[in-house]
Design a protein around this ligand. Structure first.
Ligand code: MN
Ligand code: MN
Length: 465
């Protein structure tokens, strides 16, 4: 072997290179493939926040977690969970050290961009019945036409009983669709800007074309749709007002690429962090510090509502833990460390100009630490401190986690936020750690499996230290 030159040696000592995992560590690729089988199940079983909570609680209960009882005394290694209004769930493994010395918080969101039904959605036009929608979160509306859609949600009936609705997922189920123009007649529409290619009020879902067969009855196709819904769920038109019904892609999570290196599915922002955080929580047995893993709702519309992180429900849970341990929750918060686990935009070689390549995250290079999000001059971001960065990087490096850094796009191109700012508001140290995603917020997002696996490893490392 040739001896290294001084320059080569210096370069090794001083420069920083982010490895490509697949080139660096073949073993990791196989482990990631296996890990992502469970991840795809999670995506398929949890297409709404309520479904994610239900499936997560199944997994927690199977792993021995018990409902949190604020009056019970807990010891190191005990595992509990707490559900907030069916749309958020918190899991805890009690640590060996007192809460006031530190705790490990990991917060991810399980809501995702989608179409919601309007409160009064059903109508008939030209002998076709439709449901009107109102989009939730940031979507590119034109991406939602001409793809199979499923209907998920809950309806509360007048008497207070609640029915779960799900059509379009089982083999043999019908699906739903939003139409678009044929190219032959789209000359005028083609002059619209891409953002206006399909407008909000054009996101109408076809639900049927067969009439209720009776002479002189008005809107017979709409009536037929209502009749079928009534037969299946016992609901009437007024019940739509008492419902939360989400329209999501009917496609299943699936491998993408000949090498199966990617998972493709809707809702990976941020169920990818939800699943990896949950698995790390479950696989953590006797941590030094108490863990608080929360899967929360409403991030995509600003963490609003009492199931989102800008509500006090997490703080109240921390207060209950503190009271239970006989300490002040303010000391718990001041000494806590949190991973705000959310995705970042992966560098897309087809659209390189929106990224700054030195500070973008890349598919296949591991989980991504995002020091700050926000837009313009870091507006709306939590800017993690040097001290927090040091602590988190030390944990990652000790456990040989593959990680990279990422800004959400080049300066002034756009921007975005996560739950980190709301965590910081509680006087908790926090940094964003997640997975780079291609086609984020689309009906078919991509995540590299090695990155998914390394997010899980990052959270495991975090809970271990
Ligand atoms: Mn997100
Ligand atoms: Mn998002």
């Amino acid at each position: 072997m040739e001896e290294k030159t001084q320059g080569q040696l210096l370069k090794e000592q001083l420069c920083w290179n982010i490895p490509n995992i697949a080139k660096d560590n073949k073993d990791e690729v196989a482990k990631a493939q296996e890990f992502c089988e469970g991840y795809k199940d999670f995506l398929n079983k949890g297409k709404t926040e309520r479904e994610c909570v239900e499936y997560s609680v199944d997994l927690l209960v199977k792993a021995g977690y018990k409902p949190f009882d604020r009056n019970k005394k807990y010891k190191a290694g005990d595992k509990v969970y707490f559900i907030n209004r069916e749309k958020a769930v918190i899991a805890t493994t009690f640590g060996q050290r007192p809460l006031t010395e530190g705790s490990r918080l990991n917060f991810a969101h399980i809501d995702a961009p989608r179409l919601d039904l309007k409160p009064n959605p059903l109508y008939e036009k030209s002998d076709i019945s439709y449901l009107k929608t109102h989009y939730y979160g940031g979507i590119r509306k034109y991406q939602w036409t001409c793809i199979p859609l499923a209907i998920h949600g809950v309806v509360c009936k007048a008497d207070g009983t609640k029915v779960k609705v799900c059509i379009g997922e089982e083999p043999g189920d019908p699906v739903f669709v939003i139409t678009d123009l044929l190219p032959h007649l789209a000359a005028e529409q083609g002059k619209r800007t891409l953002n206006d290619g399909i407008k909000g009020e054009e996101l109408n879902i076809i639900t049927g074309c067969l009439p209720f067969d009776e002479k002189d009855i008005k809107e017979p196709v709409k009536l037929m749709t209502l009749k079928l819904l009534n037969e299946k769920y016992g609901i009437v038109e007024k019940d739509f007002v008492r419902a939360e019904i989400e329209i999501v892609p009917a496609t299943k999570a699936t491998d993408v690429g000949l090498d199966r290196g990617f998972v493709g599915a809707a809702g990976q922002d941020d169920r990818v962090c939800g699943y990896t955080a949950l698995m790390a929580e479950i696989d953590t047995k006797t941590p030094v510090y108490t863990t608080i893993t929360a899967l929360v709702d409403k991030e995509e519309i600003g963490s609003v509502g009492n199931t989102g992180l800008n509500s006090d429900f997490i703080l109240h849970y921390i207060e209950f833990l503190a009271q239970n341990a006989g300490v002040d929750y303010k000391d718990v918060c001041a000494n806590a460390l949190c991973m705000s686990s959310d995705v970042n935009a992966a560098f897309d070689p087809t659209f390189p100009s929106v990224h700054e390549p030195m500070n973008a995250s890349y598919a296949g290079k591991g989980c991504v630490i995002t020091k700050y999000t926000g837009s313009r001059g870091k507006s709306g971001s939590n800017d993690a401190s040097a001290e927090v960065m040091q602590k988190v990087i030390a944990m990652m490096d000790e456990e040989k986690v593959y990680w990279q850094i990422g800004e959400l796009g080049a300066i002034d191109v756009g921007g975005g936020g996560t739950v980190a700012a709301y965590v910081a508001h509680m006087n908790i140290d926090v940094v964003d750690v997640g997975v780079p995603i291609l086609s984020m917020h689309s009906p078919f997002e991509l995540a590299a499996k090695v990155d998914v696996y390394n997010a899980y490893r990052a959270y495991l490392a975090f809970f271990k230290h």
